[in-house]
Ligand binder design. Sequence first.
Ligand code: EPU
Length: 426
Amino acid sequence: MDAIRIKGGVPLKGTVRISGAKNAALPILCATLLSDGASKLRNVPKLRDIDTTAALLRFLGRDVSVDAPEVHVAAGSTVRPEAPYELVKQMRASVLVLGPLVARFGRAKVSLPGGCQIGARPIDQHLKGLEAMGCTIRLERGYVIAEGPNGGGRLKGAEVVFDLPTVTGTENLMMAAALAKGRTTLVNCAREPEVEELGRILNKMGAEVDGAGTDVMHIRGSDRGELAPFDHAIIPDRIEAGTYMVAAAATMGDVTLEGAELRDLEVLVVKMRQAGVEIASEGMNVRVRRTGPLKPVNVTTSPHPGFPTDMQAQFLMLMCLAKGESVISETIFENRFMHVPELQRMGATVALRGNTAVVQGVDKLYGASVMATDLRASASLVIAGLVTEEETEVRRVYHLDRGYERIEDKLGRLGATVQRVKNAEA
Ligand code: EPU
């Protein structure tokens, strides 16, 4: 498995271009199942999760060509509405084909994603919503088998109240509702910008989605049996942007992010400013600079527009450098502190109490061989490596490759010494 070797201690300086949003691209690629026409996605990041989704769509019978930053999807000659375990286990977001498949083809067989490193991550809310729309759901040998009303008929509009806001759950039901008969109302929806983006796409495709990005959505399904294809450029990745913002601040750097949407990162920006980081927006460019010491700041993750769980590991790392104590609480996932023991090996002082981490800032971090089993945890270790003057090796880079496009090139252009080591663990 590849590793990333970092020789840090140099402030990041320069300009970095932010890629398209992974978590917007994945549901939008799945939405192409609602149409037989040829769709074109632009500004798609070059990532392993995109390749996995392309492989899944091909397995389902679609013609997919990936030539980042463009992806083209069209109907193939056959349809096989089945997502096998081999693909779903590589990427939980594969469950996003469930809604579109059952809405378009009347049936779907999708492997249950199972738990993952950050938590149990059930999909009960997805299934409950589909049942309300007339689906019969069976769980058999690790698979969800969903069938439209009367043995594979058209879904019907329904009122669904989510017990908690779920991003992919909201997206799955939006796609199902886009072809259902009549009107669907979704209440307590996830409000993430990626959900809003999917609403934009479904509207471009001819569905009527009202309220995407708010907690109540009304969707009128199309009566034509399928939706129109689309041509769309994906929004910037707010989590990639946030990660480079933290990296700039951690290294006392001065970095301009090109093509970042500050509006989608409001809470992070406020918290970073409270910590003493200068952040200025110049059009679609964002300049992040730190010249003084970091102040400790507490954060609690919550669904959008709250502090994103996908930025918790990176922010916790930043607080390891602050003068004093900060408290970081994780409320979305039950096991999302895997970066903490690794950061401790690099000299961080962090005490874990349930879903809360109490961080005492330190003057210095040390280089070490570290590894994480989650994408964002890995990103926090890379940032720690950029801070210490010693050499750090972050193992299992495939986690980073799932969500950060050309991370070593981008950091290299900002002046960091970062090198990919092939088969480091061999
Ligand atoms: N949940 C349930 N039942 C459900 C669905 C969710 O109990 O049916 C719970 C989850 O266990 C969790 C909470 O609800 O405790 C929120 O989970 P959510 O469903 O919103 O997460 P997700 O849709 O599986 C997406 C992102 C994650 C991001 C979370 C939270 C995609 C493809 N993934 O996951 O992104 O952390 O929302 O914002 O959009 C990442 O990019 O690194 C990543 C993990």
